[in-house]
Design a protein around this ligand. Structure first.
Ligand code: ATP
Length: 260
């Protein structure tokens, strides 16, 4: 036995980079309609970290998330999930990677209305031909408080409950990274706080990696780190943010997001 065997392996929560952008640019259109949505962005999303992406409207938040999640193509630079360079993948491999390694939570829940909560939760894994681990699935369902609602269809659930289904759907597959786009944008503040609490707990207790786009300083306060974008560039980062610190930082931006 080597000496190394006695040393515990680094936990998910403290090691590695789940996703990385390097000199990533995304340009839309040309000539007069040319927009540089991302301008040479370099950022790492650490494994087991909860990162919030903030910035004024049009600053490139959604573009960054979509490029990192393989939902949009990049113009130059690099976007990686783990060690995989997304631009090097064909459409089929990219679809596979999204399915197997990435979880998504959107503002609009994106549940299928004809399926029950339980069926919605397992749908991505069913499509991938993978079986959810029953113990893990129970733990996730219990954590997000859906035990009594599994046979309900989305139309029979409140907005907060529907988003819990979407969170459970993302967590059950244990993806390498979860991208959340304004996950609490359609919820009242209490339901929003619950969802953010679940995401935070999934990072702290389960070592999940979460990247969340938000406009809300209170939501960003749940993250381990906030990355601020302005005009397609990263202009600042806050670590262990409080919502007051985020709000204060936002106030010091001018209309275009630059520091005054
Ligand atoms: N498909 C597209 N075609 C042309 N321009 C686009 C496209 N998608 C985004 N853009 C432009 O790129 C810039 C960044 O957009 P993006 O949606 O990433 O901003 P955002 O920070 O997410 O904004 P919001 O907070 O309003 O959602 C904007 O100027 C936008 O108009």
């Amino acid at each position: 036995m080597s000496h190394a065997a006695a040393v515990p392996a680094p936990t998910l929560a403290t090691s590695g980079v789940a996703a990385r952008a390097a000199d990533l640019s995304r340009v839309y259109g040309e000539g007069e309609t040319r927009v540089v949505a991302l301008d040479s962005v370099s950022v790492e999303f650490g494994t087991g970290q909860f990162t919030a992406i903030m910035g004024p409207s049009g600053s490139g938040k959604s573009t960054l998330m979509h490029c990192m999640a393989g939902l949009d193509t990049i113009s130059s630079g690099s976007a990686r999930i783990g060690d995989v360079e997304l631009a090097a993948l064909g459409e089929k491999k990219l679809t596979q990677l999204r399915r197997d390694k990435i979880g998504f939570i959107f503002q609009a829940f994106n549940l299928l209305p004809t399926l029950t909560a339980a069926e919605n939760i397992t749908l991505p894994m069913d499509i991938a031909g993978r079986k959810p681990d029953p113990a893990w699935m129970n733990a996730v369902i219990e954590t997000v408080g859906l035990s009594g609602r599994l046979a309900h269809r989305p139309g029979q659930l409140s907005g907060g409950q529907q988003q819990r289904v979407a969170v459970a759907r993302a967590l059950v597959a244990r993806p390498e990274i979860i991208f959340a786009d304004e996950p609490t944008g359609n919820l009242d503040s209490r339901s929003g706080a619950e969802i953010l609490g679940f995401l935070q707990e999934s990072v702290r207790a389960m070592g999940q990696t979460v990247v969340m786009v938000t406009h809300d300083p209170v939501a960003a306060g749940y993250a381990d780190r906030v990355v601020f974008l302005a005009d397609g560039r990263i202009v600042e980062e806050l670590h262990r943010p409080t919502s007051d610190a985020v709000l204060d930082r936002m106030r010091r931006f001018d209309g275009r997001g630059r520091t005054q």
